[in-house]
Write a protein that binds this ligand. Structure first.
Ligand code: FE2
Length: 139
């Protein structure tokens, strides 16, 4: 369902005649997740900001995308994973995400303090989205 309905799997090529697949995504997700978590476990004195294309938490999916039938909810698997149990104990100040073209920023209380989950997505050139070109994230 996700690969049939999500443009990424038609538009992205891993070779001239080979489309990006769910297996490609899962393999890269595992590699990137391991690398990000390893970096986050390395002590650092300053603010720690993570930036990923995909949503790190399912609860960041826009509420109107969660309501609906099985098909609609199944598509959310193409947008978000749920890393909360793996990241709540890490000293992260902000996590910036995109991919969904919509969503709401929010702050969640984690073991080291609040983590700000922030999005400010431009979307496609002709798409109307809630984008603030003047947005600044300060620490
Ligand atoms: Fe995307």
């Amino acid at each position: 369902m996700v690969s049939a309905d999500m443009q990424d799997y038609r538009a992205i090529r891993t070779a001239p005649d080979t489309c990006f697949t769910i297996d490609d995504m899962l393999e890269r997700h595992a590699q990137n997740k391991a690398a990000i978590l390893a970096a986050l476990r390395t002590p650092y004195e300053g603010p720690t900001v993570v930036m990923t294309h995909h949503l790190p938490l399912r609860e960041l999916i826009a509420p109107w995308r969660i309501i609906g039938g099985h098909e609609k909810r199944a598509m959310n698997n193409g947008f978000a994973c749920d890393l909360w149990d793996e990241i709540r104990g890490l000293d992260i100040h902000a996590w910036i995400w995109g991919h969904s073209h919509e969503g709401e920023s929010r702050t969640l209380e984690a073991d080291h303090g609040p983590i700000r989950f922030v999005t400010n997505q431009r979307g496609y050139p002709d798409e109307e989205v809630e984008f603030d070109p003047a947005f600044v994230l300060e620490f």
